[in-house]
Design a protein around this ligand. Structure first.
Ligand code: HOZ
Length: 429
């Protein structure tokens, strides 16, 4: 029997009167999967609760930050404690340096950093910095990678842009993106070609090292190392966007997993323990180009916000102290879910390609390997929508788009794995 969403439906109608599409971020409207977006009241551990009294096993983790599950006790306590001392100062606090030290412990390539309020800001600032440092205008990004919604990045982007089939956003002047080169992912020849065509003009290459915003797509063996070599040869910076993968696929992100040292790294999601926070950082000589030391401007009233710092510190301290148990556990749970459902699909004659790296994964409805945005887009997204609705009805909340990664947390238990497999048996019937 389908779940009842009458209160959520009413709230959605009210929301549509004030928010475009009834939402404050487009993919939340469930347009590409259909059905009513449930309105949530609270969450605990791996479970989400909605206005109609339904509960759902959470496989999207607020799009990535909730690696320890919802309402993780020490994070809640840290946020409460910080809030009692003021929600914002707009001035320096010791907590900023404390979180910075934890970030540096996980990411040795981050010699200096800046906190910002979102992944969008982190990527936008890193690109400006790369341009300022090199004195060059062109940037290379990859099709299906999403680096936030700043103008220069809205070219062949993943996430909501891919979900809604928007080729590039209206409102972005052609002049703003004329220096953005969007190339196919996992194709080093395309990158070599772009550098050959524009010698001395390309400031940086930015990428999601494991794409999450076109569904999960890992890098081919040698791809990241190849990008490192090419950027070095041409005096361009390599920016690894670890907004999704940072503290997720290993404590030190994808750069540790694949042993590649970028010039700059962007971070978000887990770094703020669920509160709005991002960061960008890397080589000290590059970071020293930022104002007030250098000519590249970047600022923010809520940068280094004390609540976000407190939640980030509590989260990273837990991950660092428990690294040896947390990451193997996340891998095992995710493997059991991702491969378990793949096996059920096979038994039922449903063709699935399952991409998984650590605790991020995606089921694509295709029999072909998914290695780039073209192959992700060729999968059956209508079938994904049907699957999404059936899983939601069976009590499992997947990301509401084929072009978003699913995330598992440390709060997911063996019973939760069994619950997902049972739901999939129904959904794939
Ligand atoms: N860009 C986010 C994940 N890729 C989606 C954010 C949201 O809709 O809340």
């Amino acid at each position: 029997m389908p779940l009842q969403h009458s209160r959520s439906r009413l709230l959605q109608q009210k929301a549509e009167a004030v928010f475009p599409g009834g939402v404050n971020s487009p993919v939340r409207a469930f347009r590409s999967v259909g059905g009513d977006p449930p309105f949530l009241t609270h969450a605990e551990g791996a479970w989400l609760y909605d206005e109609d009294g339904n509960r759902y096993l959470d496989l999207f983790g607020s799009w990535g930050p909730m690696i320890l599950g919802h309402a993780f006790p020490t994070a809640v306590e840290a946020i409460r404690d910080a809030a009692g001392r003021s929600a914002s100062f707009g001035a320096s606090t010791a907590s900023e340096s404390q979180l910075a030290a934890l970030v540096q412990r996980c990411f040795p390539s981050v010699e200096k950093l800046r906190f910002v309020s979102s992944g969008t800001e982190a990527c936008m600032s890193a690109i400006r910095l790369a341009r300022g440092f090199t004195g060059r205008d062109f940037i290379i990004k990859f099709e299906g990678c999403y680096h936030g919604h700043s103008d220069a990045m809205l070219v062949k982007a993943g996430s909501g842009v891919a979900t809604l089939g928007i080729p590039g956003s209206a409102g972005v002047p052609a002049e703003t993106v004329m220096h953005t080169l969007a190339l196919p992912f996992n194709d080093l020849d395309a990158v070599r070609g772009a550098f050959a065509a524009r010698p001395g003009q390309i400031a940086c290459v930015i990428l999601e090292p494991i794409i999450g915003n076109a569904g999960t797509i890992p890098p081919a063996p040698g791809y990241l190392e190849g990008l490192r070599r090419i950027t070095e040869q041409h005096g361009a910076l390599l920016i690894i966007d670890e907004v999704m993968t940072g503290f997720r696929v290993t404590l030190g992100g994808a750069q540790r997993l694949y042993n590649v040292r970028p010039d700059l790294t962007t971070l978000g999601k887990i770094i703020g323990g669920g509160l709005p926070c991002g960061a960008f950082g890397g080589r000290a000589d590059v970071m020293n180009c930022l104002a007030p030391l250098g000519p590249v401007y970047q600022a923010g009233t809520l940068s280094g916000n004390p609540l976000a710092m407190a939640a980030g510190i509590a989260t990273l301290e837990h991950l660092i102290a428990n690294e040896q148990t947390v990451y193997p556990q996340l891998d095992r749970t995710t493997q059991a879910i991702a491969q378990g459902v793949a096996t059920i699909a096979k038994e039922k004659g449903v063709t699935l390609t399952t991409n998984q790296v650590g605790s991020m994964f995606t089921w694509f409805f295709t029999d072909k390997p998914v290695t780039d945005f073209a192959s992700a887009s060729a999968s059956d997204t209508v079938r994904f929508g049907q699957f999404h609705r059936a899983m939601l009805d069976a009590g499992v909340w997947l990301p509401p788009s084929q072009f978003e990664a699913a995330f598992v947390s440390t709060a997911h238990s063996q019973q939760d794995v069994d619950f997902v497999l049972e739901a999939a048996r129904k959904a794939l019937s």
